[in-house]
Write a protein that binds this ligand. Structure first.
Ligand SMILES: [Zn+2]
Ligand SMILES: [Zn+2]
Length: 307
């Protein structure tokens, strides 16, 4: 048995965004909903932390997290690695002669940025390991396979991770995409995971996808092709979808969207979800309308899923 803990399920700016009065941030604030920067913990034969953004210390406190066996970094954007300093808590609370640096994996290109910021941690707090796409990492009882993702020119060498939990642990296959706009290649090992954890930055694809993210509108094709067995969990959900009638639709974070996802059943666009219950309601309808192979779950901070 094992568990996935969704430590954060939001985008780079955390939602609701500070000072933002848009329809999404407003209703989230009213309902006390918050999405911290996206990160998950997987516990099977080992404990893996995928990404460690600026909310890490808070996430460590909320979930009383112990030292992970390894940290997997997907790419060089701040919301995915800037909390690395806070791993120091694990070093400061045990006798010095018992300490071993925490193995951290990132692609060669991603390490260039991580090293610029955190070179002083390497060797003392963290151990630098290269995640090479399509090359399994077998050191932790569960097999970890990085795969290349395309997250635009500002995130060269970005990767997602497949975790094949060993039979003596949870025995499940988990695919974690993190941020991406597409994939340079689609290896066979992405197919038929037990659980797919998938970026859904927006419901609707904007006319211009400048931040190089995935929308659920485009994601449906990936979910159908990869055909997860148990469930797909949506993460990295932003507050950037246009909401019909919202006077704040003209602010910078709301890109134009002229071709929203149309329901094949009703031939009208799905209502833009603003909060967790509206997201889950739309996701349930989409899973039915598009005959997905699995449940389509909208993750939220603190969600725990048994493996
Ligand atoms: Zn991100
Ligand atoms: Zn990113």
């Amino acid at each position: 048995m094992g568990e996935i803990v969704f430590l954060g399920t939001g985008s780079a700016w955390r939602t609701p965004e500070h000072g933002c009065q848009c329809a999404i941030c407003s209703i989230m604030r009213m309902r006390n909903e918050e999405r911290a920067r996206s990160s998950i913990l997987i516990q099977s034969n080992c404990t893996l932390l995928i990404d460690c953004g600026p909310d890490l210390l808070n996430q460590m406190k909320i979930h009383n997290l112990g030292r992970p066996d390894a940290v997997l970094i997907t790419h060089e954007h701040g919301d995915h690695f800037l909390g690395m300093d806070d791993l120091l808590a694990y070093r400061r609370t045990i006798p010095a002669n018992q300490w071993k640096p925490i193995p951290v994996y990132a692609s060669y290109e991603t390490w260039k940025s991580v090293e610029l910021r955190f070179s002083y941690l390497i060797g003392s707090l963290i151990e630098r390991n290269i995640a090479v796409p399509n090359q399994p990492i077998v050191d932790f009882g569960d097999t970890i396979i990085p795969f290349s993702t395309d997250h635009g020119v500002t995130a060269p060498g970005s990767v997602g991770y497949v975790i094949e939990c060993g039979a003596s642990g949870a025995g499940k296959k988990i695919v974690y995409t993190s941020d991406f706009v597409g994939l340079p290649e689609e290896p066979d090992f992405l197919s038929n995971p037990d659980i797919l954890i998938f970026q859904s930055h927006w419901l609707n694809e904007p006319d211009e996808n400048r931040p190089s993210h995935m929308s659920l509108q485009r994601g449906i094709d990936y979910i159908r092709r990869w055909a997860p067995i148990e469930a797909t969990y949506l993460i990295h959900i932003s507050a950037s979808d246009i909401v019909s009638g919202d006077p704040n639709n003209n602010i910078l974070k709301k890109p134009e969207c002229s071709n929203p996802l149309i329901s094949p059943r009703t031939s009208v666009p799905y209502p833009t979800p603003r909060c967790q219950s509206e997201w889950q309601s739309v996701a349930d309808t989409i899973a039915q309308d598009f005959a997905l192979s699995c449940k389509l779950m909208v993750s939220y901070d603190g969600l725990r899923v048994s493996l």
